[in-house]
Write a protein that binds this ligand. Structure first.
Ligand code: C2E
Ligand code: CA
Ligand code: CA
Ligand code: CA
Length: 278
């Protein structure tokens, strides 16, 4: 009886049970979160080589009524599994394009780009190209200011279909960036065939740039690779002036990170853009 008790205990590992409950709770909440308007976008500035603001990246947040802010790292994978990423992704795109459309009429902001993260499930959906074009038309956002960020794993899944989708949108002026570059498994041969404009150097390589020679070597290699393919290399997760200076000397084409600004809600972003404290 004692043995059975032990194994039962092990089976109902309270920590595991808590994780399962938490997931079930999040999943239930996620289903209604769109209707309850619990999602919001924050925007992180993306700087050019001369530290001018080039645009922003839109990042989704879930303001959970009980839990407070839930990180996208927690709910995006869940949204992908449940399919909720399709309506959520559409909402993100629509909200980001509405901002772009409004900026188009403000001379100081008309040049800024807005980058939107696109998940594999969204990108693979048969209606994706039409959906992006419809949102652009509905909001009046200029296609040439919209950047879509894709991850490496997505690119290698079905190469001909990926290229076709990217080319259809590129033909309208939409640009593409490869997110978290260096963490996945892109074939360099594919990279050359994709209509990409930018590689985003994953923040895991930027973090220890100054203390870890292999991270520094990886970043140099990515910058050189980007240059040889005629792509921009944008560093993510830049937190210090020392990192920014190292990256500038290495020939990086852009920067993003807490050193410049944290992701901000729209009103605070616009104050930051105006040079006022956010
Ligand atoms: P990501 O696309 O790589 O976004 C960059 C992440 O790094 C963001 O985390 C951002 O807040 C964080 N970050 C920016 N600067 C710094 C810095 O200097 N230091 C550090 N340590 N972190 C920094 P966040 O907002 O939690 O988003 C996590 C991930 O969730 C994103 O990674 C992206 O993959 C995904 N995600 C966010 N919004 C969306 C969305 O609308 N759709 C989809 N499909 N995925 C999204
Ligand atoms: Ca991104
Ligand atoms: Ca990234
Ligand atoms: Ca990431």
């Amino acid at each position: 009886a004692k043995r059975a008790g032990r194994s039962t205990l092990r089976f109902f590992d309270p920590q595991m049970q808590r994780a399962v409950d938490e997931r079930a709770q999040l999943e239930a909440g996620l289903r209604d979160a769109l209707a309850h308007r619990e999602f919001l976008l924050v925007y992180q500035p993306v700087m050019g080589p001369g530290e001018e603001v080039r645009g922003v990246e839109a990042l989704v947040r879930w303001a959970h009524p009980q839990r407070g802010m839930v990180s996208p790292a927690q709910f995006i994978p869940l949204a992908e599994e449940t399919g909720l990423i399709l309506p959520l992704g559409r909402w993100v795109l629509h909200t980001a394009c509405s901002l772009l459309a409004q900026w188009q009429h403000q001379s100081a902001r008309a040049h800024l780009t807005v980058a939107v993260n696109v998940s594999s499930r969204q990108f693979r959906d048969a209606g994706f190209v039409d959906e992006v074009l419809r949102v652009l038309a509905e909001t009046g956002a200029p296609a040439a200011r919209l950047k879509l960020e894709l991850t490496e794993s997505l690119l290698v899944e079905d190469v001909p279909a990926t290229i076709a989708t990217m080319e259809a949108l590129c033909a309208h002026g939409v640009g593409f960036a490869l997110d978290d570059f260096g963490t996945g498994y892109s074939s360099l041969a594919y990279l050359k065939r994709m209509p990409l404009a930018q590689l985003k150097i994953d923040q895991s390589f930027v973090r220890d740039l100054l203390s870890d020679p292999s991270d520094a070597a990886i970043v140099r290699t990515i910058i050189a690779l980007a240059a040889s393919l005629d792509l921009e290399a944008v560093a993510e997760g830049v937190e210090t002036a020392e990192q920014r200076e190292w990256l500038a000397a290495a020939g990086c084409s852009g920067y993003q990170g807490y050193h410049f600004s944290r992701p901000l809600p729209r009103d605070r972003l616009e104050r930051w853009l105006d040079g006022a404290p956010p």
